[in-house]
Write a protein that binds this ligand. Structure first.
Ligand code: F6P
Length: 472
């Protein structure tokens, strides 16, 4: 039977060594939380890095056996590969460039070579497990060369690629020394998906300018194949979030949280620690809000959950220091014996506790400087059990294209963010209900299952069209 083989840098679980042997923990980020609930259907498998380095040879088989039970296959990476391919090229070259932080980008030939080698390593794994009628679905910027590598080894196989982060404008993308190889790497796919039409436009424009291939209506002609490019805004597992939020257990957790916070108004912010998320900018806006609106002192608490991420990368280390200092400054200035304006957590939370935070938050403050989609805002909407709440959302998040009833802000405009906070905290309940109902309906309809089906159907259609052309 034809299977889907999902391929991403990281598996949806991380393996950790503990005193009692190896344990699985869920991975952070939109990709893992988004696709985690769909890949187990049928005989599908997920190939990726299990998040640990092998210490002894015997561990290899142990990890393989454990993962196989969960339909996963590992690609083992060495410490040097993680340093150069993951921290280096993926997160010090591509990540800043694709998020319009080119000034942070490092251009290092060794990193590029490691990136190529690791993409080849992933390819070898795929070639070992794939049958000719399987569909390979490759995910994200860590594996941009993989579509062409797989195409070379398995010329007729169906390959889809989806990028979870933005694709920058041609003027930004062209700054990369390896720009042409990257585009050629991607063009091995039959279908290339992005979250928004702007990303599609930027990608197609880069292909036209840098590879010199003709493109029209989202189809790029490579000479021997047509590659389809389109926008597929990713959704969440709506029922999972809504059902959890409606559970008695979560209602009880919420009650405990509310008592501890003395039923104050809650503004919620949840992100991985990343400069693309605009965390310092958000804190500065909250600080200015407290300065301008003293009547909100002791009345509102910002719950800021920051999930540790890429903590070996220099810019992330610097950001951690900046965030720690800002929180210290705000709390130092405004806190009272019974009130901390910012409740800052530098760790992740179990799913049900996160759900309780979403349930109790009067306002969700989602203000990335740049984000491919942002699923946190969708998770908030799915968890609004009583139909109230306000979403403040950055225009720079892909989700802003779908959630236009949110209070949309420019994260560089601190005064606008302050105004949005005031508007959100004083919004009449009926206004809240209208906006939440409409956005919730969107998130419910365009959920993760809809997204997977849309992408997969389009991929099958693209392949069919290609085969028709070959046989006529
Ligand atoms: O959504 C972007 C993304 O980079 C995913 O590819 C990844 O799963 C997630 O963020 C978390 O990043 P990392 O794997 O570097 O922890």
């Amino acid at each position: 039977m034809a299977r889907k083989i999902i391929v991403s840098n990281r598996l949806p679980v991380k393996i950790k060594r503990t005193e009692n042997g190896m344990t699985f923990e869920p991975s952070e980020g939109g990709l893992a939380t988004g696709l985690g609930s769909v890949y187990k259907e049928g005989d599908n498998i997920w190939i990726g890095w299990p998040g640990l380095y092998l210490e002894e040879e015997s561990e290899e088989q142990q990890v393989i056996t454990e993962l196989q039970k969960e339909s996963m296959q590992p690609v083992f990476l060495t410490e040097t590969e993680i340093k150069e391919y993951y921290e280096g090229f993926s997160n010090e070259t591509l990540w800043p460039t694709f998020h319009y932080f080119s000034q942070f980008a490092v251009y290092e030939q060794d990193y590029w070579e490691a990136y190529l080698r690791v993409n080849q390593k992933f390819c070898e794994r795929i070639v070992k497990v794939a049958n000719p009628d399987d569909t390979i679905w490759i995910h994200d910027y860590q594996l941009l060369l993989l579509p062409s590598l797989v195409r070379e080894s398995l010329p007729d196989i169906t390959i889809g690629f989806f990028q979870h982060i933005p694709f920058p404008s041609y003027e930004v993308f062209r700054m990369l020394p390896w720009r042409k190889q990257i585009l050629q790497g991607l063009l091995g796919a039959d279908l290339i998906g992005f979250h928004t039409y702007d990303d599609v436009r930027h990608f197609v424009s880069s292909v036209i300018h840098l590879v010199g291939l003709p493109a029209s209506n989202g189809v790029i002609e490579t000479g021997n194949r047509s590659v389809m490019v389109d926008a597929f805004p990713m959704g969440i597992d709506f029922d999972k979030y809504a059902d959890t939020a409606h559970s008695e257990k979560v209602a009880e957790i919420e009650k405990t949280f509310e008592e501890a916070l003395r039923y104050r108004k809650i503004v919620l912010s949840i992100d991985r620690l990343d400069y693309s998320k605009g965390i310092p900018q958000r804190l500065r806006a909250f600080e200015l809000f407290l300065k301008q609106y003293p009547e909100f002192h002791e009345q509102v608490t910002l719950i800021m959950i920051v999930v540790p991420s890429r903590d070996q990368v220099e810019k992330y280390k610097e950001l951690k220091v900046e965030v720690d200092e800002l929180v210290g400054r705000i709390n130092g200035l405004y806190r009272t014996l019974s009130w901390a304006p910012v409740q800052y957590y530098y760790h992740s939370f179990p799913f049900e506790e996160l759900s309780a935070f979403y349930r109790m938050a009067h306002v969700a403050l989602v203000t990335p400087m740049r984000d491919g989609m942002n699923l946190v805002c969708k998770e908030y909407l799915a968890s609004r059990t009583d139909g109230t709440g306000v979403l403040i959302l950055s225009e720079m998040a892909g989700a802003a294209k779908e959630l236009s009833e949110a209070i949309l802000i420019n994260p560089n405009d601190v005064n606008q963010m302050v105004g949005a906070l005031y508007q959100a905290l004083t919004a009449p309940e009926d206004t809240q209900r209208v906006a939440i109902a409409s956005m919730m309906a969107t998130v419910q309809q365009y959920n993760i299952h809809h997204w997977v089906k849309l992408f997969m159907d389009r991929l099958a259609y693209t392949k069919e069209k290609q085969n028709e052309l070959i046989t006529t």
